[in-house]
Structures are given as structure tokens and as C-alpha cells.
Ligand binder design. Structure first.
Ligand code: BEZ
Length: 237
């Protein structure tokens, strides 16, 4: 039988080391992820410079950059456009675009030029069913050790929710700092999920210990974790 060689696109996965690359950006050369060791970093792609959804996203993300930096999280953008296109687009945003109360927005985080699509392909940002020439809106949240902790993809037509990305960064850090998990729609100050008890005895004890925890059943216990405690831990760095 004839063997048909199929080229399988690689996609990094949650829990794996972020693939390494060296790139030219609007802020100079970067070595990724090693330049970001010790910080959280969001690596995200956008389809193209000088397009409206991307412009609204960059203005929003840039206006929230300090908020992310205060949570020890840096931002790095990427598209398959060239450096001069990036520079011209970001200058246009700063000098001309006023949108939803945002104006004179300066994008200070690096924007990678990837005309060869090398990085976009390495990170599974090219999805031919959506476009052969533009990266989709991919988001990789990478921890201070360079491990991929969350991946989110959006199609070309759908602008991202940056409050959600901030929530993701806080929730991942809260999980690490406090050894908990976060339930649906969690925000700092909401109850958190404690790990499932390993034995019936522990579970029973937990269910009786109502002061500290609330158990809905043996496998589902929550406890209070106040907003100040969470934010003090995360925003102190
Ligand atoms: C946009 O950012 O507006 C956009 C980019 C590529 C395709 C469709 C929309």
C-alpha cells in the first residue's frame, strides 16, 4: 500500500516547556523564554497589523500593561508582519487612534516580527482552516520556569477579553501560592476549591469541620480565601 506522508503541525501543550526561539521585536532582540525566567509571560499572536480588531486589542492590552506587570506578568505580541509594519502601525495607534476613551496609547511591550512564520508555526498559531497567511489569536500563559500553563485560541473575527486573561494570570498564581484550585468564574475574594481528600476519614472530618470549609460532598470542598490575602501575595512581587 502506498504510504502518504502527512505533515503534522506541532502544537505546544499545557505542562510542557515553552519552545525556545530568538526573535527581532519592536523593543530589540529577545531570547524566548529565557529572557523571561522569573516572570510570568503572555505570548500572544494577532492576525495582522493595520486591522481593526487587532487595533482594539492592542490598545486594550497596552492600557492594562501596568496591571499585568504588577502581577509579575510581561506581555509579548507576535504577528507574521515585518518590523517596519509593526513600527508604523504602533505609531499610528499612538498618534491617531482614539477608541473607547483610550488615546495616545503607547505599546511598550515587544511585538515580534515573524515574516518567515517560524515562531508562529512552532507555537501552532497558523491554522490553515482559518487562514494560510495570518496567525489566529493565540494566547500562551507561561510561568516563571518557562512552563506553558494555559493556552487559549480565538478565531480572526473575535477580539479577546483581556479581563479574562488577567483573571487567568491571577488564578494560576493563586493556585500555585495557596495549593488550591479555582471554581467557575472565580475572582480574588471568592471561595476556592481545596484538593479532594485522599480518604473517607479525612473527607468526613472535613465535612464536619464547617468553620474552615464548606463541603458540598466528599469530592467538592471549598474554603474562604480573602481578596487581600490573594492580592498581597500576588501583587507584592
Ligand atoms: C482584524 O483584526 O480586524 C482582523 C484581522 C484579520 C482578519 C479579520 C479581522
Amino acid at each position: 500500500m502506498e504510504q502518504v506522508e502527512q505533515k503534522v503541525a506541532t502544537m505546544p501543550r499545557i505542562g510542557e516547556k515553552a519552545p525556545e526561539f530568538k526573535a527581532v521585536t519592536t523593543q530589540g532582540e529577545i531570547n524566548f523564554p529565557s529572557d523571561y525566567t522569573g516572570s510570568w509571560v503572555i505570548l500572544f499572536s494577532h492576525p495582522a497589523d493595520f486591522t481593526p480588531v487587532c487595533t482594539s486589542e492592542f490598545m486594550t492590552f497596552a492600557s492594562m500593561e501596568k496591571q499585568f506587570n504588577d502581577a509579575n506578568c510581561k506581555l509579548v505580541g507576535l504577528s507574521v508582519d515585518g518590523l517596519y509594519s509593526h513600527i508604523a502601525w504602533l505609531r499610528t495607534i499612538r498618534e491617531k487612534i482614539e477608541y473607547k476613551g483610550m488615546k495616545n496609547i503607547e505599546v511598550k511591550f515587544p511585538l515580534i516580527e515573524d515574516i518567515t512564520m517560524e515562531v508562529a508555526k512552532k507555537y501552532g498559531m497558523m491554522m490553515p482552516g482559518e487562514s494560510n497567511t495570518k496567525a489566529v489569536r493565540a494566547v500562551f500563559v507561561i510561568d516563571p520556569k518557562g512552563i506553558i500553563r494555559t493556552i487559549i485560541y480565538y478565531p480572526l473575527s473575535l477580539g479577546r477579553n483581556f479581563d479574562e486573561l488577567y483573571r487567568v494570570v491571577l488564578a494560576l498564581q493563586a493556585a500555585d501560592e495557596f495549593g488550591i484550585a479555582t471554581p467557575a468564574d472565580w475572582r480574588p475574594g471568592d471561595d476556592v476549591i481545596v484538593p479532594t481528600a485522599g480518604s473517607c476519614g479525612v473527607a468526613k472530618e472535613r465535612m464536619e469541620n464547617k468553620d474552615e470549609m464548606h463541603c458540598y460532598d466528599w469530592f467538592f470542598c471549598t474554603k474562604k480565601l480573602d481578596k487581600d490575602t490573594v492580592l498581597k501575595k500576588i501583587l507584592k512581587k
